[in-house]
Design a protein around this ligand. Structure first.
Ligand code: HEC
Length: 499
């Protein structure tokens, strides 16, 4: 049996508690409804919810009578610190968001939109389902329930300013195209490799720009973290994805051989792509890949980067390329294991995708793990019609577990959800990774450019695709057994401590 820590299962007590809490806060929100529609396991959750309503009503009355009127929530005292911590890096002049959320005057006109975006958990852009799958992440930027509550109470109370003396000291503004890893405290990269730039006219077909770059290394070095970013802020508007493939000098171990999609897939393009070693894949809204301690990517002298940059015209001529920042392990601290980037397909046979106009559609894909494997992260990848994606592991003993689920995918945000070291799921060889993908080609999808179009598989932004990008570390039998034993003993200690 594999061990998955930090898991909540549907219809568990955890959902009951959170449902009651949300009801009390007046926040029963739409995304659960969406999840019910798209994911059968949520049917139970819905029945549960209906039966819990009565309990919740009683409880909320108890709470109301037990507590005195809550103090007024103000911008200066309560909301500004939250915006500083969770919103302003993007919501400031010269960053990527459409408006600033720094001063009261900036934020006040947006109060209603802010309420809507935070209760539906669209903002900050962290869209992973909170009721199912692994729940512990290294780069979680979401609001806590208490923060959501404060913002909602602020708006519902008329969005008052309060006493400006209560404001926290202002945070320095970042006005450049910063590395997300620097923002998160990892320091600047040891190495930056830039691709040449491309000038995209205002109107043009999509372009796949594939230049090469040298890697200035004279000895083998291991990467412990990588991040790609467009070379300037405007570039973030036209560069949809950027992949840095490693062109090998002489390193067959860098090629992933630990997964298989079935005999019919061997000549398939996606399958070949999966075997080419990739230093990193980046897409709109993604941050960095941070490998687990003692794992990483080995780069040998003489290897090159082959870029694959998907560029989309946006009505304004923009010149930009990509650059990759590489954070290296120190000499003498080299890791033991490689991490392989794999695109787990959500489409059976790779390319058979048929999304009629004005309809919802669903596909699924299966990949076998030929080795014991640890999954480091989850990054759903779609184009404009993507709606939901679920990664499920079907174990050799027939049992299955949901690894991660995102019910309200948004094309602008290919967020990378990086599991904490002790929560990263580990599975025995023979496990099937089952990726289910749902598409919304109706008017209800705000990103849909034209619901009257048929959509098929393809590389253009107006075509569709679905896969889960996951960094995988393969484990020998001993390593696998040792990790399982370590997690079991930790779980039992935690349980004992709790008793
Ligand atoms: C990682 C960057 C980022 C963070 C962090 C972030 N936002 Fe945003 N926000 C954006 C971008 C970009 C858009 C426009 C695209 C979109 O709607 O997804 C946006 C859109 C919005 C909108 C909709 C504006 C409109 O035109 O209707 C609201 C409201 C909003 N954000 C509020 C917030 C709040 C409140 C927070 C913090 C709790 C936050 N955002 C955190 C980047 C961010």
């Amino acid at each position: 049996m594999a061990i998955l820590e930090g898991f909540n299962f549907p219809a568990s007590g955890i959902i009951c508690v959170s449902l009651i809490r949300e009801f009390i806060m007046g926040q029963l929100i739409n995304w659960r409804e969406e999840s019910v529609m798209t994911n059968p396991t949520f049917q139970e959750g819905r029945q549960l919810r209906v039966s819990m309503l009565a309990v919740a009503v009683v409880l909320s009355r108890l709470v109301v009578t037990a507590e005195a009127a809550p103090p007024q929530v103000t911008f200066s005292k309560d909301v500004a610190p939250i915006f500083q911590a969770k919103c302003q890096e993007c919501h400031q002049p010269n960053s990527i968001a459409p408006m600033s959320l720094i001063t009261y005057q900036d934020a006040r006109p947006w109060a209603k939109a802010i309420r809507e975006r935070v209760i539906t958990r669209q903002m900050p852009p962290w869209h992973i389902d909170r009721s199912v799958g692994v729940q512990r992440f290294k780069n979680d930027m979401s609001l806590t329930d208490e923060q959501v509550d404060s913002i909602v109470r602020w708006v519902d109370g008329g969005a008052p300013q309060g006493d400006p003396k209560d404001l926290p000291p202002p945070k320095p503004l970042v006005t450049d195209n910063e590395w997300k890893a620097v923002r998160d405290g990892y320091g600047p990269p040891d190495l930056i490799i830039k691709s040449p730039e491309y000038t995209m006219p205002a109107q043009h077909q999509d372009v796949w720009y594939r230049p090469m770059s040298d890697i200035p290394l004279t000895e083998p070095r291991w990467a412990k973290m990588v991040e790609i970013r467009p070379t300037n802020l405007k570039g973030r508007r036209i560069i949809h994805h950027s992949i840095a493939y490693l062109v090998l000098n002489n390193d067959p171990d860098a090629v992933n051989t630990g997964t298989a999609n079935g005999p019919d897939r061997f000549r398939d393009g996606d399958d070949l792509v999966n075997r080419r070693p990739q230093l990193m894949e980046w897409a709109i809204g993604k941050g960095y890949d941070l490998f687990r301690p003692d794992t990483g990517k080995l780069i040998l002298p003489g290897e090159k980067i082959s870029w694959d940059q998907h560029i989309h015209a946006v009505g304004e001529e923009i010149t930009a390329g990509s650059e990759i920042g590489i954070w290296l392990y120190k000499k003498g601290e080299e890791p033991k294991k490689r991490s392989y980037l794999v695109a787990f397909t959500g489409i059976r046979g790779g390319r058979y995708l048929d999304i009629p106009p004005n309809s919802l559609a669903q596909t699924e894909g299966f990949t076998v793990l030929k080795e014991n494997a640890l999954l480091e992260n989850f990054q759903p990848h779609f184009h404009l019609r993507g709606k939901s994606m679920q990664v499920e592991a079907i174990l050799p003993d027939g049992s299955s577990q949901i690894v991660s689920y995102i019910g309200n995918f948004n094309f602008n945000w290919m967020t990378n959800y990086i599991y904490t070291d002790d929560a990263a799921p580990v599975f025995p060889k023979g496990t099937v990774i089952h990726v289910s993908a749902w598409y919304d080609n109706t008017r209800a999808n705000k990103n849909n450019p034209d619901p009257d179009q048929w959509v098929g598989y393809g590389d253009r932004t107006v075509d569709e695709m679905a896969h889960a990008w996951i960094n995988v570390v393969y484990l020998s039998e001993e390593e696998y057994n040792a990790l399982i034993a370590e997690r079991k003993s930790k779980t039992s200690k935690e349980t004992n401590a709790g008793n």
